[in-house]
Design a protein around this ligand. Structure first.
Ligand code: DGT
Ligand code: CA
Ligand code: ZN
Length: 648
């Protein structure tokens, strides 16, 4: 059902030690911890592997040096057993008796790890008590009502499992953009380093920056005489879970997490995101996933055509091909070929008559078009715009001067005001909006949001910091906002008096259960009530969707954006957020041009919960580009002084 292979231990392809990278070792230790949870569940052994994995992933020293000098056991978090395992792996390339653990764990149990919200402990219980060892069986037993009777389960968790299976089936092996790009860039670099590869580039949906990636498409320029050797080298890559096929010009494989140069570290997650994607188990879930990848090996003179073809989208390609036909040309992955010359010839043979192009620009030029940035190649009017020179000047990460929605230790963030400000200054920003959660937000009964009093005290602290920077001539300021919950009736959390003292209010829905059980009309009305509140400045993550976690609530976004447009026309500031967390990317890019055309200013917000989370704005910029946005459509591209004036 899902292309999720059983895990394998990496095989070394080096002749000399060290046989593995740090990331590979960390991944194996993490997998072992999860396998132990599925099969044996001795908490001490599990803890040892978990700690080992975390330690290795974050360690700065060279692993091989530590191991050969015998200092491995001095590192906190690494016990004797694991130190000796690492020594053997790095030195000999073998993994002790771990192979047995890998062989003995039913593949179906590993597949089940990918179900959102279902962790190894519960999978073990389902296996031990009901004999379930595949997703299909689990689905059947849930439908028969067999799971709700288990200890610690109930009707609710049974339904949640069914929802999770449903989500998984719908996303069928797709990975979020951040994870897809990690794999894609690692594999691209690996292919590019192979002798005989002149250059390699990631194409497909990853290059177009779709919010989720199905499979990776890599195009490599290789001279015909080198194709065999290059194919062999790709197939010898460690951490390929499976080879699906290898022909003259195409290699298809399934990649595992251990191909990543860096251990997969997802940072501090928003509490809502965290529970939607599987809580404490999310990290084993993520590294249990695999991704399919294809490499196309083509002669260097054909490379640009193959790159353009496999960048897609299919719909964009069809438009280009039609345009070529109208010009008497045949466009395919091998070239742009005059029909009268190609005649009955096909493929590379016909391509010898192709118009020359070493870059995509030249291909578009032959077709009478300006080069279309990959993000726009979705058949959304880009070909017409390229013909009439009306393509947008897309926003770039360096155009941003700040953002509006981030958290600190006052709610569920882990960094202080000073730390967040420091990280923003390191990015050369002029402003940073703090918007901690409002009082009503709680997770499982524990209050996450700040009481009004604490929220206002944060404002005092921010004013004091801003004065110091202003006195020192530093062009930087924190903006004191709050992320106020939108209550089911559309009213905002905190009393109005409190909200009036904030520089901006990010109004967001968090009580998803209520909103998702209502119809579109009720939700739309409530959102409009919320944005009409005079203190509301920004509509945060407008649908509440968590990519591969849960759907958003039903809402008529066109109606909400239209109303926001009217309010802006009346002189109020009502902005809609692109939540840049790769788990959200909400507002969806498909709505951005509509928002822009209604005159609604848009803002990209990382919704950071730690300092490194600020870098998530990059994903928001990719999505803004996909939505045709230029710097002038984004509040982030105003100067600090302009923003200060707009919000006061
Ligand atoms: P994905 O993998 O589902 O995230 O999405 P893509 O866009 O990467 O799609 P994929 O991997 O099936 O194919 C890569 C590109 O190859 C696609 O964007 C356009 C091109 N392509 C694939 N099949 C066709 C086709 O039947 N006709 C045309 N014109 N292009 C195709
Ligand atoms: Ca693809
Ligand atoms: Zn937030």
């Amino acid at each position: 059902m899902v292309s999720m292979k059983s895990w394998t231990l990496p095989k070394s392809r080096r002749d000399d030690p060290p046989h593995y990278s740090k990331a590979q070792v960390a991944t194996v230790l993490e997998q072992v911890a999860t396998l132990l949870k599925l099969t044996d569940a001795n908490p001490f052994r599990i803890r040892a592997y978990e700690n080992g994995s975390r330690t290795i992933a974050s360690i700065e020293q060279d692993l091989w040096e530590l191991s050969t000098s015998g200092k491995m056991t001095e590192v906190k978090g690494i016990g004797k057993g694991i130190a000796s395992l690492i020594g053997e792996a790095l030195g000999e390339g073998t993994w002790g008796d771990l192979q047995k653990l890998y062989d003995d764990t039913p593949a179906g149990m590993i597949e089940m790890l990918a179900i959102p919200g279902l962790g190894p402990k519960r999978i073990k219980q389902l296996h031990d008590e009901l004999g379930i060892d595949s997703i299909a069986e689990l689905s059947t037993v849930c439908h028969e009502g067999g799971v709700e009777k288990l200890d610690g389960f109930g009707a609710k968790s049974q339904q949640k499992i069914l929802d999770g299976i449903d989500l998984l089936a719908r996303f069928q092996g797709r990975r979020r953009l951040n994870v897809g790009l990690l794999y894609g860039e690692a594999f691209e670099a690996l292919v590019a380093r192979i002798k005989g590869v002149e250059h390699a580039q990631l194409a497909g949906s990853a290059r177009r920056r779709r919010e989720t990636i199905g499979d990776l498409d890599i195009v490599a320029a290789v001279r015909p005489e080198n194709v065999d050797a290059v194919t062999k080298a790709i197939l010898n890559t460690p951490n390929i879970a499976e080879v699906k096929g290898a022909g003259d010009s195409k290699v298809s494989v399934i990649l595992e997490a251990s191909i990543l140069e860096q251990h997969m570290d997802l940072g501090t997650l928003d509490s809502g995101v965290f529970s939607a994607i599987g809580g404490d188990d999310y990290s084993s879930m993520e590294s249990a996933g695999t991704i399919d990848a294809q490499v196309r090996l083509v002669p260097p003179e054909v490379f640009a055509f193959t790159l353009a073809y496999f960048t897609g989208s299919k719909e964009h390609n069809i438009l280009l091909r039609q345009r070529a036909i109208n010009m008497g040309l045949r466009l395919n992955e091998f070239g742009l070929i005059p029909e009268e010359k190609a005649g009955d010839m096909k493929g590379l043979e016909a391509a010898q008559f192709s118009l020359p192009a070493t870059t995509e620009e030249e291909i578009y030029q032959h077709l009478g078009l300006a080069w279309v940035p990959p993000e726009l190649r979705e058949d959304m009017g880009e070909v017409d715009a390229a013909e009439t020179n009306k393509l947008p000047r897309l926003v770039m990460p360096t155009d941003l001067k700040g953002c509006f929605h981030n958290h600190t230790t006052l709610s569920d963030g882990v960094a202080t005001l000073e730390q967040m400000a420091g990280a923003a200054m390191d990015m050369d920003w002029q402003f940073l909006g703090i918007a901690d959660h409002s009082q009503i937000l709680n997770i499982g009964g524990r209050q996450i949001g700040a009481d009004a009093e604490d929220m206002l005290a944060q404002g005092e602290a921010i004013r004091a910091l801003n004065e110091v920077w202003a006195d020192g001539g530093k062009d930087f300021r924190l903006l004191h906002g709050a992320e106020c919950d939108i209550l089911p009736d559309g009213s905002l959390d905190y009393d109005e008096e409190t909200r009036r003292q904030l520089s901006h209010v990010v109004a967001s829905v968090h009580q998803l259960t209520t909103w998702r059980s209502r119809d579109e009309v009720a939700n739309t009305e409530a959102l409009i009530t919320a944005i009409e509140d005079p203190t509301c400045t920004i509509l945060g993550h407008p649908t509440g969707r968590i990519l591969q976690g849960r759907d958003g609530f039903d809402v008529d976004l066109h109606a909400v954006l239209r109303r926001m447009g009217e309010l802006n026309a009346e002189g109020e500031l009502k902005s809609v957020e692109i939540n840049a967390s790769p788990y959200r990317l909400d507002l969806d890019w498909r709505f951005l041009r509509f928002a822009r055309d209604q005159g609604v200013p848009i803002c990209i917000n990382p919704d950071a919960h730690d300092t490194s989370g600020l870098r998530d704005v990059w994903f928001g910029v990719q999505i803004a580009r996909k939505g045709w946005l230029e710097p002038q459509h984004l509040l982030n591209c105003k100067t600090g002084e302009e923003i200060e004036a707009m919000l006061s």
